[in-house]
Ligand binder design. Structure first.
Ligand SMILES: *Cc1c(COP(=O)(O)O)cnc(C)c1O
Length: 236
């Protein structure tokens, strides 16, 4: 099996090829290593390979990892992104421990994150999660509501509105993947006219990264291709 270091190199290479193919700069796409369910040792391996941005989905697990690495040599360089569904009774832990949140989809959650951000901490970097597939079961705000949500959050002093995120319905063909990502990209372009701080498009995972990059992704969230398949047997 390839090491985590080799996987990071491989994914970085794939990002370069995908950006070159559509005339973008390789450094216009950031790699977020999605470490959910993975042990401290796996994250340490990625850090040793020079990687510092990690995404977590579960509050308790994420906070434990943030706290563990807070006392390690690279603590200052590490960036922790919360990318999972948010329950309102968990916002305090997210506001206290994370640098970025990708999954804000309603004003109430944003308000709580803003109010619970500790005094003296840098503002929380927030992305609005948009439901690009129109399925009622998935989380994310719909396109019709995103501009109202952005306007409400833009007034919150402890939050910087940075962009949009989506997890499109799984599609195996490139064209369908591309269409979903392009719809998010267009929505961002519209919002940027009013909110210039929105410079980030978090889209693309292990299975659809190339299409996301062609559509303008600036941050790909990669778990499986980097850390291997996940084991959920210890999750409720
Ligand atoms: C798990 C997860 C990922 C990573 O998915 P892979 O297919 O393993 O690369 C990305 N984004 C979110 C929101 C996730 O929950």
């Amino acid at each position: 099996m390839a090491s985590i270091k080799q996987n990071i190199e491989q994914i970085t290479h794939q990002i370069r090829l995908a950006t070159e193919k559509c005339g973008r700069k390789p450094d216009s796409v950031q790699l977020l290593a999605v470490s959910k369910t993975k042990p401290i040792t796996a994250i340490q391996e990625a850090i040793d390979a020079g990687h510092f941005a990690f995404g977590e989905n579960y509050v308790q697990e994420g906070v434990e990892k943030v706290q563990h690495f807070a006392t390690t040599p690279h603590a200052e360089q590490l960036k922790w992104h919360f990318i999972g569904p948010i329950q309102s009774n968990k916002t305090k832990h997210i506001a206290e421990h994370f640098d970025w949140v990708h999954s804000v989809d309603r004003e109430k959650i944003a308000r709580r994150l803003n109010d619970q951000r500790p005094e003296g901490a840098k503002p929380l970097q927030v992305l609005l999660q948009v439901n690009t597939s129109g399925e009622t079961s998935k989380s994310g705000t719909d396109f019709a509501s995103v501009s109202e949500l952005a306007a409400a959050i833009a007034t919150m002093p402890n939050i910087v509105l940075r962009g949009l995120m989506s997890i499109p319905e799984r599609a195996d063909d490139y064209e369908s993947q591309l269409r979903a990502f392009q719809s998010l990209s267009k929505a961002l372009q519209v919002l940027q006219q009013t909110h210039p701080s929105m410079d980030t498009l978090s889209m693309g995972m292990s299975g659809d990264m190339d299409a996301a990059i062609e559509a303008g992704s600036t941050m790909v969230r990669i778990g499986t291709a980097l850390f291997g398949a996940r084991d959920y047997s210890n999750k409720a």
